[in-house]
Design a protein around this ligand. Structure first.
Ligand SMILES: NC(=O)c1ccc[n+]([C@@H]2O[C@H](COP(=O)([O-])OP(=O)(O)OC[C@H]3O[C@@H](n4cnc5c(N)ncnc54)[C@H](OP(=O)(O)O)[C@@H]3O)[C@@H](O)[C@H]2O)c1
Length: 256
């Protein structure tokens, strides 16, 4: 199987790194020349990677094509590319809907949308795909956790939650800075905070079949520090504002 990537930016670099670190079997990965610095770096780092002269060359020589350009570039270039009905085309483009992709691609190929996130480079993290597809699910399950979605409208909700990565890191950064201000060395502060949140996340995954409220309750002792933490943050509107922000990201996505 030959995998082609049109658009070699942040998300392609993460997905290609995940693929090359996995036991997925493939013959070749062909990257678009843009961005030159990212594609050259990936080619140097991993075997089986080559860089095409142009986007059409990728389509002509690959079975699976990943579309990883920004929406504006996608609207401009996809309609001018010639696909075959034997292709599987997986779009990472945030705001191009399936009907828009079908119209631009023209031939009756297998077309899907997927939302990988940067930790895919570590073979971790969720990958919502729409519509469901067994082969594509098996592929992403080797480099993350595939979540099949049967209704395109639902996928917008997942796009909204993916806007919470930077707020999450901001929380880690705030807590680390707080420790540093109190005299802890930055390296130690960051080691402590990051390993605390890794442990909590792993515990949450183990318990992810239960309602997550269970962990909120289990981690509090009556009149303990965690009870104080969650109560004060609730009172301050911390969680309500998280929900409000998700709503406003969704509103923006619904306008596109
Ligand atoms: N970053 C994420 O976490 C993430 C997650 C899921 C989905 N996505 C989606 O994936 C898409 C790409 O996101 P990104 O963060 O990877 O953006 P990015 O870093 O800006 O990458 C886009 C790449 O497209 C290249 N490009 C521009 N015009 C091109 C053309 N005509 N042909 C081929 N390549 C061209 C750019 O190259 P130059 O630098 O040379 O202009 C750039 O390297 C977006 O639609 C985004 O919504 C991103």
């Amino acid at each position: 199987m030959k995998l082609g990537f049109i658009g070699t930016g942040k998300i392609t670099a993460s997905v290609v790194t995940g693929i090359c670190r996995s036991n997925l079997s493939f013959n070749k990965i062909i990257l678009s020349p843009r961005s030159k610095s990212v594609s050259q770096k990936l080619k140097k780092k991993f075997r089986k990677i080559s860089i095409a002269k142009n986007n059409q060359e990728i389509i002509n020589s690959c079975n699976w094509i990943f579309l990883a350009v920004t929406p504006i570039v996608g609207q401009k270039i996809i309609k001018n590319l010639k696909f075959k009905s034997s292709h599987t085309i997986i779009s990472f483009i945030s705001t191009m809907t399936l009907p828009q992709l079908k119209k631009a691609i023209k031939v009756k190929a297998k077309i899907l949308r997927a939302i990988p996130l940067p930790p895919i480079s570590l073979k971790k993290g969720p990958v919502p795909i729409f519509p469901p597809n067994k082969k594509v699910k098996n592929f992403f399950d080797k480099i993350g956790t595939t979540v099949e979605i049967s209704n395109e409208k639902l996928s917008k909700n997942f796009w909204s939650t993916s806007g919470m990565m930077a707020p999450f890191y901001e929380l880690l950064s705030t807590m680390s800075n707080w420790l540093v201000k109190r005299g802890v060395k930055r390296e130690k502060a960051q080691k402590y905070i990051t390993s605390l949140f890794v442990a909590l996340s792993e515990d949450a995954v183990v318990n992810s079949k239960k309602d997550l409220k269970y962990l909120v309750k289990e981690s509090q002792t009556p009149r303990g520090l965690n009870e104080q933490g969650v109560k004060e943050l609730r009172k301050a509107g911390f969680y309500r504002s998280t929900e409000k922000t998700l709503n406003s990201i969704l509103k923006r996505l619904n306008k596109v």
